[in-house]
Write a protein that binds this ligand. Sequence first.
Ligand code: NAD
Length: 260
Amino acid sequence: TATKRVALVTGSTSGIGLAIAKKFASIGYDVAVNSFESETDIAEAMAEIGANASGRVAYFRADLADPTDSFELVGSVIAKFGQLDVLVNNAGVQKVAPVEDFPPGDWDRILAISLDSAFHTIRASIPGMTERGWGRIINIASAHGLRASPFKSAYVATKHAVIGLTRTVALETAEKGVTANAICPGYVWTPLVATQVADQARAHNLSEEEVVRQVMLAPQPTRQFVQPEEIAEMAAYLCSDFARSITGSAISIDGGWTAK
Ligand code: NAD
């Protein structure tokens, strides 16, 4: 489209967020990159995003575990780029432990980063979007927003809640040119998952290939990882004008996981 648009992607120096930031940069958006990482990680990600960018790209450090940081992140992006049209809530963390042993601090942190931060960035973004009559809110949930797995209580609870938040926001903004959707990936091949393969292989005394097929991809009927670019293409599609009627949806990209 001819209109200049600005996208904020949270947690966009790695994995899925990085792929989404690269996609939006490559189709001419001004892109606000966010994370809470070391300087070297940021420099690498910014170089990758900038490589095919035709709009502006800027980095915004914010700790999304902090409600004030989350809310003010949106204000900083608007101060820099003049507006915010697309909000992608992607930052997320995982912790695996039985519920009775689940560290309460990790519970709080997982909810703060993936759920509370989405509430704060959304409430900061909606006034500008509704004023201009166009906006896209995309929350990266998970197959775990629709199905459970053992030992992931905080993550599963958070992702279910993110879908509920998405549906509510969709109803509230339905007549204002704003859509809100959740994307629900199955296992995606990201640095986070890649490092788990070696750890799981040691823990289960299996080869890395066996871990991938027998442990990680057991719930994913395709027995293949989703690639981050597949999520990025869906995010871009949701921002097209043809996607204006897709709102309040939880869109699965999970190799058939939730067909079962
Ligand atoms: P990743 O670890 O590769 O990237 C996570 C990003 O979030 C990083 O850029 C990190 O800096 C950022 N982040 C973490 N804590 C933060 C904080 N406190 N403040 C700001 N940024 C912070 O992870 P990923 O696999 O790309 O996952 C991205 C999203 O996709 C998450 O919400 C995750 O739950 C979801 N998801 C991932 C998979 C998968 O298999 N990889 C599947 C379903 C859903």
